[in-house]
Design a protein around this ligand. Structure first.
Ligand SMILES: *[C@@H]1O[C@H](CO)[C@@H](O)[C@H](O)[C@H]1NC(C)=O
Ligand SMILES: *[C@@H]1O[C@H](CO)[C@@H](O)[C@H](O)[C@H]1NC(C)=O
Ligand SMILES: *[C@@H]1O[C@H](CO)[C@@H](O)[C@H](O)[C@H]1NC(C)=O
Ligand SMILES: *[C@@H]1O[C@H](CO)[C@@H](O)[C@H](O)[C@H]1NC(C)=O
Length: 458
């Protein structure tokens, strides 16, 4: 359990590293850089070793981050054509589906938040949209797995407090049950929008509209498209005290969802939302064209989870540029300038890195070639994602069932309720209470002091 995931800073802090050399005018050079960074990323993963569990990353990486990593590796294959990691990705994504085929495997269920489940669902949706190798005929397809999570989200939509929304956590006994947030509802919105674009089934569009409207009603998304983190609702707060923390992944998840909605509906409202979110993203999370995690990077206080967020935003910006050409000229140059800065950080040597010495990617792309001393799955995944995202103009757009997507669906997938998924807890330990969810807000609230955020484990 980590209150502050202050990244380990090696003795090499500040030393000049030999940056990864890339000729940005050559696709082959970009792909080769991506390949080196991907190698360093996958070195952290041991789930394909005999006796290890497929789909899990070792400590300190929570389960959600593995889901995010496999999603990023599918896109790696889509953008570069390199299928080196498809086999381990397939193995992991099939192994983790769980008994109910909904990415709530028993080993993870107790500490699962809506966002944790969502990152695996989004990876499954990416598999469907990429026409990734399908599971056997008698097993649920990527589409059905995503639909299962969607249906469970619908059953968890809670109108008792804050007039709707998903809670951050699923179980009453986990910290964050009394918090409704943009990332959990963003996962719901994201898969709703993508399921709509993929299947054309109106119910998904209706939910995307409803979730977006709810986010706006609560000012989690403001009229200028500022995307805020969330709000608590215990002690009668009713989500009125919005936590204004700004994270790249919150903006990105709504940006790319809105892009899917516009791409398929051609409705001007969705265009306005997409371009509005793109503008907010561009003005908030970039300094001199370089992406940074504004809430914690300047202070050096990003925790392990937060250290992976820029990679998600990179991928989601790239897909947005594909699906809404009007955003291309805003987003694409920012990806390119960020990638150029990111590779400068990819010549590090750190004891936290599992790949070859001199190939670790640091976290802060603002630091130029002065290696910031950080290394980890997030750092590696961020760099990988932003590097291959610069190839977006040559990559195929996400498929739909009409344009070649072959994944098998089941609109009724998922368990009807969460009852029976988990035994009532016995004695709560501190570890249980902390949950293994994405620890963003709690940490940040602690850092900023003043923000009142009521999150008591029941
Ligand atoms: C696990 O996957 C990696 C990456 O593809 C590969 O290098 C390694 O040999 C695999 N390990 C086993 C035991 O198959
Ligand atoms: C759950 O944990 C057990 C024991 O470590 C392991 O054998 C099994 O593969 C795990 N299941 C999943 C879906 O991760
Ligand atoms: C909470 O907010 C909703 C929506 O604004 C409102 O309908 C409800 O009456 C509020 N409840 C309380 C207890 O303030
Ligand atoms: C939807 O995305 C495709 C693929 O990139 C693109 O060709 C098309 O113009 C987009 N549609 C709209 C309405 O922007």
């Amino acid at each position: 359990m980590r209150f502050f995931g202050v990244a380990s800073v090696t003795a090499l802090l500040g030393s000049l590293a030999c940056a990864l050399d890339v000729d940005w005018s050559s696709d082959e050079s970009v792909k080769s850089a991506a390949s080196q960074v991907a190698y360093g990323l996958v070195k952290y993963y041991s789930g394909n070793n005999t006796g290890d569990v497929a789909g899990n990353l070792p400590d300190p990486y929570y389960w959600w981050e593995a889901g995010a990593m496999f999603g990023a590796l599918i896109d790696y294959w889509v953008y570069t054509g390199d299928d080196t990691y498809n086999k381990i990705t397939y193995q992991a994504m099939v192994h983790q589906v769980g008994d109910d085929h909904d990415y709530m495997p028993e080993n993870q269920t107790r500490s699962l938040g809506n966002d944790d489940q969502g990152f695996w669902a989004m990876a499954a949706m990416t598999a469907a949209e990429a026409n990734f190798e399908n599971p056997p005929e008698d097993e649920p397809g990527w589409l059905a797995l995503t639909q299962a999570v969607f249906n469970e989200y619908v059953s968890r939509w809670d109108t008792k407090d804050c007039a709707g929304g998903l809670r951050w956590q699923i179980w009453t006994f986990n910290n964050g049950y009394n918090y409704k947030n943009s990332i959990s509802n963003g996962c719901f919105f994201n898969i709703a929008a993508r399921l709509y674009r993929f299947t054309g089934d109106q119910k998904y569009a209706d939910w995307a509209e409803k979730i977006f409207a709810w986010q706006q009603d609560l000012k989690f998304i403001d009229t200028d498209y500022t995307v805020r983190d969330g709000a608590g609702y215990a002690n009668g707060e009713n989500c009125s005290e919005v936590n204004g923390a700004l994270f790249t992944y919150n903006a990105g998840i709504f940006l790319v969802g809105a892009a899917h909605m516009y791409n398929i509906t051609e409705d001007g409202r969705w265009k306005e939302r997409t371009t509005g979110l793109a503008k907010f993203t561009a003005k908030t999370f970039f300094k001199d064209g370089v992406m940074y995690e504004i809430a914690c990077e300047p202070q050096g206080t990003c925790n392990t989870d937060q250290q992976a967020f820029k990679g998600h935003l990179s991928r989601w910006m790239a897909t947005t540029a594909q699906l809404v050409p009007e955003t291309h000229d805003t987003l694409s140059p920012l990806l390119k300038s960020s990638a150029k800065a990111a590779v400068q950080q990819c010549g590090g040597t750190s004891s936290d890195f599992k790949g070859p010495a001199g190939q670790a990617c640091g976290f802060s792309w603002l630091k130029g070639p002065a290696y910031d001393g950080n290394a980890g799955v997030g750092e590696q995944m961020n760099a990988l994602s932003v590097i291959y995202s610069t190839l977006v103009d040559k990559a195929p757009a996400p498929f739909t069932s009409k344009t070649g997507g072959s994944s098998k669906g089941d609109p009724n997938a998922g368990s009807k309720s969460d009852d029976g998924k988990i035994e009532r807890p016995r004695d709560m330990t501190m570890a249980d209470r902390a949950g293994a969810g994405i620890l963003t807000t709690l940490v940040l609230a602690g850092l900023l002091g003043g923000i009142s955020l009521v999150v008591s484990g029941d």
